[in-house]
Write a protein that binds this ligand. Structure first.
Ligand code: SAM
Ligand code: DTB
Ligand code: SF4
Length: 330
């Protein structure tokens, strides 16, 4: 019998899980993963930066913050038709979720937002799960996105509340939590995770996982990013993320949030197929596909197809949860 999904994890329990001997941790995570999910299935999401660079925030990792000179060209909001072309290309390549990212601190109620709402409608009509990551949202804006057909909203906590000020000073952890609350209340699914390699301690990672896994409802997806080190940002000289730290983080997230999609996100270009296989074994069941994340490189569709064949993985169909519900009702 499956253990029920819990949201009353204590920091001590999470500490003990995170610090288990690695192979025992992976074994336990793989076992839970098998009980809750089809382990052969991996959700394939494609990202598109619909508005690039020039952001007023000071996130120390980010190539798109205006205050660091990272060589990213500022680009205004793309046209809807162009975005839909990219979405079609992603769909043809086997992607079932399309995520549009904007380098905004927050959404403003203006014509740009109306255009994003149109994009959401268009991608939704193509039969893909639509996701956006646009910065902070009000309750009203979240509802407008929901009405346009938004399926998921990505808004990361990035690290622990305690370490947050070391990485971002232009907004607070509570700002982040408020937006997540607005998204949840609008009935849009939540995609929320973090980054490792920012200089945080293992305890900071444990605390972030505690915040995520004790939310009244777990995020439907949790992206785990390995820092992509960007020249010109304050974190440019940070050491490369150790693959075993990534595996430990994914395995712990899988045990704490067994029914969530755990996404092996940024950092895959620096990982071998063997290393990524460890992440899938530890419970990752989602990736970003396509040769670009927002501004940095990512493995190509072809490389990922080869990896899927080698490891016996298959892309998850769109709207799987809804289809399951419909089938149960008939
Ligand atoms: N501006 C919006 C926001 O901050 O929510 C949306 C876009 S922002 C680029 C989305 C996420 O990308 C961030 O929360 C962060 O977790 C991730 N990210 C940005 N730069 C990264 C990097 N260099 N390495 C890994 N992840 C990164
Ligand atoms: C997430 O957690 N990772 C993605 C997505 N959500 C928006 C973004 C990664 C960005 C990596 C740096 C870049 O390509 O600009
Ligand atoms: Fe702006 Fe988002 Fe980058 Fe922070 S992470 S600088 S809010 S684009």
């Amino acid at each position: 019998m499956r253990i029920p999904v819990r949201n009353n994890w204590t920091l001590e329990e999470i500490h003990d899980i995170y610090n288990m001997p690695l192979l025992e941790l992976v074994y336990q995570a793989a076992t839970i993963h098998r009980e809750y999910n089809d382990t052969a299935e991996v959700q394939v999401c494609t990202l598109l930066s619909i508005k690039t660079g020039g952001c007023s925030e000071d996130c120390a990792y980010c190539p798109q913050a205006a205050r660091y000179s990272t060589g990213v060209n500022v680009q205004a909001l793309m046209k809807k038709e162009e975005v839909l072309k990219y979405a079609q290309k992603a769909k043809d390549a086997g992607s079932t979720r399309f995520c549009m990212g904007a380098a905004w601190r927050e959404v403003r109620d203006n014509r740009d937002f109306d255009r994003v709402l149109d994009m959401v409608k268009g991608v939704n009509e193509m039969g893909m799960e639509v996701c956006c990551t646009l910065g902070m949202l009000t309750q009203e804006q979240a509802h407008k996105l929901a009405d346009a057909g938004l399926y998921a909203y990505n808004h990361n906590l990035d690290t622990s509340k305690e370490y947050y000020d070391e990485i971002i000073t232009t907004r607070t952890y509570n700002d982040r939590l408020n937006t997540l609350d607005n998204v949840r209340k609008a009935g849009v699914t939540v995609c929320c995770g973090g980054i490792i390699g920012l200089g945080e301690t293992h305890e900071d990672r444990i605390k972030m996982l505690h915040t995520l896994s004790t939310m009244p409802q777990h995020p439907e997806s949790v992206p785990i990013n390995a820092l992509v080190r960007i020249e010109g940002t304050p974190l440019q000289d940070n050491p490369k993320v150790d693959i075993w730290d990534m595996v430990r983080m994914i395995a712990t997230a899988r045990i704490l949030m067994p029914a969530t999609m755990v996404r092996l996100s940024a950092g895959r270009t620096e990982m071998s197929v063997a290393e990524q296989a460890w992440c899938f074994m530890a419970g990752a069941n989602s990736i970003f596909a396509g040769d670009k994340l927002l501004t940095t490189p990512n493995p190509s569709f072809d490389e990922d197809n080869q990896m899927f064949q080698l490891l016996g993985l298959k892309p998850r169909v769109a709207f799987k949860e809804e289809k399951k519900l419909e089938a149960e009702l008939v």
